[in-house]
Structures are given as C-alpha cells and as structure tokens.
Design a protein around this ligand. Structure first.
Ligand SMILES: [Fe+2]
Length: 260
C-alpha cells in the first residue's frame, strides 16, 4: 500500500484511535487523587497551533460572530502545586459549529457532517497558552457552536431519533494540557445549561467537565476589558497527574504522532 492512499490511511486511522485511547489510562480513576477527567482527542485536532499570549486571544476575525468568552483558570498537579510553564493547546468550532484547518483528507472521518470550513485560516480558533509563574492562564474566544454528530437522513441519524438522543454534540472546547513532569491530559470544556448535555449519544458527560458561565452586561465592565459588548467568563482549572518513578513517559511526541 502506498502511504497517503485511502487504503493506507484507514488502518492507520484505526491505529491512531487505538493508541490515542491508551493515553486515557494515565487518567483512569480520577476520584483517587482529584485528577481531571480525561476525554478523547477526536478527529478535529490539528498540530502546530501558534502560541498566543497569556492573557491571549485565539486567532479569529476582528468581527468574529458569536458571544465573547473569557476562559481562565489554573493548572495544578494532584498535590495541589501550581504548574508554571504548562502548555494548553486549545481548539474549538466557530459559533456556527465548524472547524478550521483540516485538509479534505483529515476531514475524511467527518465526511457529510458539514462541520469543517475549508475557507478559514488553518489555525482559526486554535492556539497554545503557556501558564504563568502561578500556573494561571486566560484566553479570549467565542462560545463554540453545536457540532453535528450524524449525517442528516443517515442510518445513525434515524437510530438516534428512534432512541431519543441528539444528533449533534453539546457545545465544547477541546484542549491538550502538557507539562514536563506530568501525563498529558486531553479535556473538553462543556457548558452548564446546554440542553444537549443530557441528550448526547456518546454517553454521559462527567460533571466536572461542565462549567458555568457568567454573563457581564454592564458596559463599564466591557470598557475595563477593552471590549465593545457583553461577554461571558468561565473558569476551568486543570489537575494533572505526575508521571510515577516506574512509569514510562509518553513513547512519542504528540505533534509528531498526529502529523502521521
Ligand atoms: Fe469537537
């Protein structure tokens, strides 16, 4: 098989998914030490997103549609110690539920879902934030949209309808969080009050992934932030699990792995 052909990529996609799932083992049983809940990466990750400031703004248009959202928090170890220098690699959809940056080949598993906008810049709403000396971070973005999970009229769509489940995913923001001495965490922020949270087809969403937002409508608060309209804030702290003395660090570098 020639590398790059669809014959080659199908087993490779399966291998990637299987190896990706193995990352989750490092975050099994979060109840034992308060580690954050691990979620799968999914097919929309694109390696190589630019580093933004801290506080920073995800790459987007000056008049990006959607509600302005400020996400902030602290990255800590399970010991409670803040982690300076942790990297949060964020990716999300636009307000209309579409990802940027995927090539048609990478978008193959999403075929027919209309969740990719091929006209947007590659790293639109994708960026890396490095935590400060206290382990803190903050970035500005927009509230993501609803992402389709089944092709309209497909067998899966009919099945979900029969089961009374949603044919789209709850709003979410993806992130990989890495730090030298800790296992990589893969995470998704979900939004409290999103009616899809209790209807998604992929299984129950862990409560610690669901975050409240606060709406700020007082114009004086916009001005203090340098904004021109209402905005929401959301706090998301991450807790990473240290790599034990007898454990092997990830056998491959994440970005190199995902380029395959
Ligand atoms: Fe997603």
């Amino acid at each position: 098989m020639r590398q790059g052909s669809s014959c080659w990529r199908r087993p490779q996609l399966l291998a990637n998914r299987t190896m990706e799932a193995s990352y989750g083992r490092a975050y099994a049983h979060p109840e034992k030490d308060g580690a954050s809940t691990w979620m799968a990466t999914g097919p929309a990750y694109v390696p190589g997103a630019p580093q933004i400031g801290n506080p920073g703004v995800l790459p987007m248009a000056p008049d990006e549609p959607g509600e302005t959202l400020l996400v902030s928090g602290t990255v800590r170890s399970t010991s409670g110690k803040p982690l300076p220098g942790a990297v949060i690699d964020v990716w999300q959809t636009t307000a209309d539920g579409r990802y940027a940056g995927l090539t048609p080949e990478q978008a193959g598993p999403l075929d027919g879902l209309d969740v990719v906008d091929f006209d947007l810049p590659k790293y639109h709403l994708r960026g890396k934030i490095v935590t400060d000396a206290e382990g803190r971070y903050e970035y500005r973005t927009v509230v993501p949209g609803v992402e389709a999970a089944a092709v309209p009229g497909s067998l899966l769509d009919d099945l979900l309808l029969m089961l009374g489940r949603a044919n789209s995913r709850a709003r979410h923001i993806h992130a990989h969080i890495t730090h030298d001495d800790h296992h990589m965490l893969t995470h998704q922020i979900h939004f409290d009050g999103d009616p899809l949270i209790d209807a998604v087809s992929e299984g129950a969403i862990a409560r610690d992934l669901i975050h409240k937002t606060e709406l700020h409508e007082d114009p004086s608060t916009w001005e203090a932030r340098g904004l021109t309209g209402p905005y929401r804030t959301l706090t998301c702290d991450y807790t990473l699990r240290p790599i034990g003395f007898d454990e092997v660090k990830d056998p491959y570098h994440l970005e190199g792995f995902w380029k395959k």
